[in-house]
Ligand binder design. Structure first.
Ligand SMILES: Nc1nc2c(ncn2[C@@H]2O[C@H](COP(=O)(O)OP(=O)(O)OP(=O)(O)O)[C@@H](O)[C@H]2O)c(=O)[nH]1
Ligand SMILES: [Zn+2]
Length: 367
């Protein structure tokens, strides 16, 4: 493809094509690239431009297994919203193009499962209101899941205009996180000035997602970034020119800046998958301290020479942040244990001990 259509660029097609994509496209000369906007049990809805969606068939091995039949392809290896695929005859997916990022979470349920929430995301805005809902611990949880995904996290503090909002206090509380290179920006999500404040992360070709709990201001921010009241502009097109059923989809929203926003459910509750690393998952500061404890297996409780406790006593590390580090670390370790036994089930091998080092209290050298 020499010059990609503007429609494709509006939904996140980048000018700098991955060389692996060129190879895949060369291998399927009759296929055209499209982006996944919905995933269903037996197929996908893909788009080649803003606002459209066409149901296509997927490769049989990608179809979700029914009943107890095990799928041959792990859920996280099947296309998800945001993935680029190659489609033949406008109706059949023939290839999944390699991802540059993937935001995943652990899915609830008896058996270990991962869920890919969105693929090929460049920027994740972690949205949190500066009202009574402000919750540093929740921001840390979101950051843990976003970092390592390949997407750059940016904390967006909404409701800065409210009387009780204290952006300075929030920045102070986020100092540890900002020092690790995660920007934090306070905005009034209802004000067009928010667009300018967030412009550094809305470059043409970039794909952005908003994560954050209910009421944080994601829809409000989306509308402001769009510059229109999008939520009231849903229209349904029954049939396209070829007579196939199409619907208007709002999963991929082109922004005036040239960036593209993925709006997908599932961005609210994020549980670790077990693959997260606390060091690059936003807790690098705590990890650096933990490495300085006298005992390599320090649990940061009452051990002498504990650098973590000392930093808390000196007021250099917030105790709430430390407790959240231990809590999230425990969740990652538990998920990692389940992941390891799933892999072992698959390979008929003994569970790998890789999970053990994930737990913050026994990472530093328990034999
Ligand atoms: N004053 C003010 N109000 C805001 C701001 N951001 C959001 N709100 C209000 O907060 C409420 C919740 O905002 P939404 O945008 O619906 O939140 P959401 O994150 O999309 O919530 P869900 O759709 O439930 O996930 C709405 O009444 C918004 O008008 C802001 O920056 N300033
Ligand atoms: Zn310690």
């Amino acid at each position: 493809m020499n010059s990609p259509p503007a429609d494709l660029q509006a939904i996140g097609w980048r000018a700098d094509i991955d060389p692996r994509w060129r190879d895949a496209m060369a291998a399927h000369p009759d296929a055209h690239p499209a982006r996944v906007v919905e995933q269903h049990r037996s197929g996908y809805v893909v788009a080649t431009g803003p606002g459209e969606g066409v149901a296509v068939e997927s490769l049989p091995e990608w179809q979700r297994p029914t009943g107890y039949r095990k799928g041959t392809v792990a859920p996280e290896d099947r296309p998800a919203v945001g993935d680029w695929v190659l489609v033949e005859d406008g109706r059949r997916i023939v290839a999944l193009l390699p991802r540059r990022s993937a935001i995943k979470r652990g899915a609830a349920g008896e058996h270990y499962r991962q869920q890919l929430i969105a693929a090929n995301v460049d920027v994740a805005f972690v949205v949190c209101g500066l009202d009574g809902d402000f919750n540093l611990r929740r921001i840390e949880r979101y950051l843990l899941l976003v970092q390592g995904s390949g997407a750059q996290p940016v904390v967006v503090l909404t409701k800065a205009d409210l009387p009780g909002a204290d952006a300075a206090a929030a920045h102070a509380a986020l100092a540890g996180i900002e020092a690790l290179g995660v920007p934090a920006v306070a905005v009034n999500a209802k004000d067009a000035a928010a667009v300018e404040a967030l412009a550094p992360w809305l470059h043409p070709g970039d794909t952005v997602v908003l994560v954050g709990s209910s009421g944080a201001g994601k829809s409000t921010l989306t509308n402001t970034l769009l510059g229109i009241d999008r939520m009231k502009t849903a229209a349904v097109r029954e049939h396209d020119a070829r007579g196939r059923h199409t619907t208007t989809h709002r999963a991929l929203i082109p922004l005036p800046s040239g960036a593209c926003l993925i709006d997908t459910p599932g961005m609210r509750e994020l549980k670790p998958t077990g693959e997260e690393e606390l060091a690059d998952g936003g807790f690098g500061d705590v990890e650096v301290l933990a490495a300085q404890c006298r005992f390599r297996d320090c649990a940061h409780g009452r051990e002498p020479g504990c650098a973590v406790r000392a930093a808390i006593a000196r007021g250099e590390l917030d105790e709430g942040r430390f407790l959240n580090y231990m809590k999230l670390g425990g969740e990652v370790a538990a998920a990692a244990d389940r992941l390891a036994s799933r892999l072992a089930d698959k390979q008929g091998a003994k569970p790998a001990s890789r999970a053990a080092h994930k737990r913050p209290d026994d990472r530093h050298g328990k034999r």
